[in-house]
Design a protein around this ligand. Structure first.
Ligand SMILES: C[S@@+](CC[C@H](N)C(=O)[O-])C[C@H]1O[C@@H](n2cnc3c(N)ncnc32)[C@H](O)[C@@H]1O
Length: 222
């Protein structure tokens, strides 16, 4: 999906829009996950925090977080289609989130401007992952924290299948999602060791990588 999202020519925009709509409706079926993640993060950050989501797609996490407190929330996504869609969803939900278009490896954002950032289900798609980590460090305030949540390439196929079954998706979306995991997503994901090597090239004061069943949580402090 992201490869499509990153292409510029207009001929690809129609396809990008279709894929974005499919992703948005598929993930809407797992809204509970975004609600839980927003609750978890909201418990970890003080009111008034400045929060960035890198690559928010349809914007579900940002919108759910905005419902929970007075945060200043920005979402930065490379896809014009997703930026428009997320802004519309935020307006419909009656919350204020600043969705901007731009690349994770060249963020149109000031140095030292965020207390917390999240990047979920997107890092494996970035064309310049080290550049994205360096940008994450640049835009975080000293002491600010970042969290990357993504798949791991060494996830077992059986476990992937079990996890997709547990996502609460409709039958068709379950089949398509399993196919996407198997043919694209797991293959483009990173291992813990690869993350460690990339993180060594970015300026964080501490890093903690936690392995989950099919994914990794990479916590970084500037
Ligand atoms: C699978 S979606 C994940 C969306 C959202 N984080 C979620 O959890 O539902 C991946 C997103 O990454 C975005 N993306 C891909 N490459 C990017 C880049 N270099 N900079 C910013 N966003 C990017 C895509 O446009 C897409 O919205």
């Amino acid at each position: 999906m992201t490869t499509l999202a990153m292409r510029k020519p207009h001929a690809d925009r129609g396809m990008e829009g279709m894929v974005a709509k499919w992703y948005a409706s598929n993930t809407a079926e797992m809204l509970k996950e975004y609600v839980e993640l927003a609750r978890r993060i909201s418990n970890e950050i003080p009111e008034g925090s400045s929060v960035l989501e890198v690559a928010p797609g349809p914007g579900y996490f940002c919108i759910e977080l905005a419902k929970l407190g007075s945060y200043s929330i920005t979402g930065l996504d490379i896809s014009h289609t997703f930026v428009k869609m997320a802004a519309k969803k935020a307006a419909e939900a009656g919350v204020c989130v600043d969705f901007k278009q731009g690349s994770a490896s060249k963020m149109p954002l000031q140095n030292n401007s965020f207390d917390f950032l999240l990047c979920r289900a997107a890092f494996k798609n970035f064309a310049d992952p080290v550049g994205a980590l360096q940008e994450m460090s640049r835009v975080l305030r000293p002491g600010g924290r970042g969290l990357i949540i993504d798949l791991k390439r060494d996830a077992s196929p059986d476990e992937v299948s079990r996890q997709v079954d547990g996502m609460g998706l409709s039958t068709m979306n379950r089949i398509l999602t399993k196919l996407a995991f198997k043919t694209m997503l797991i293959k483009s994901a990173y291992t813990r060791q690869e993350f460690q090597q990339m993180l060594a090239q970015a300026q964080f004061s501490s890093v903690d990588i936690r392995e989950e069943k099919i994914g990794l949580e990479v916590a970084m402090t500037k």
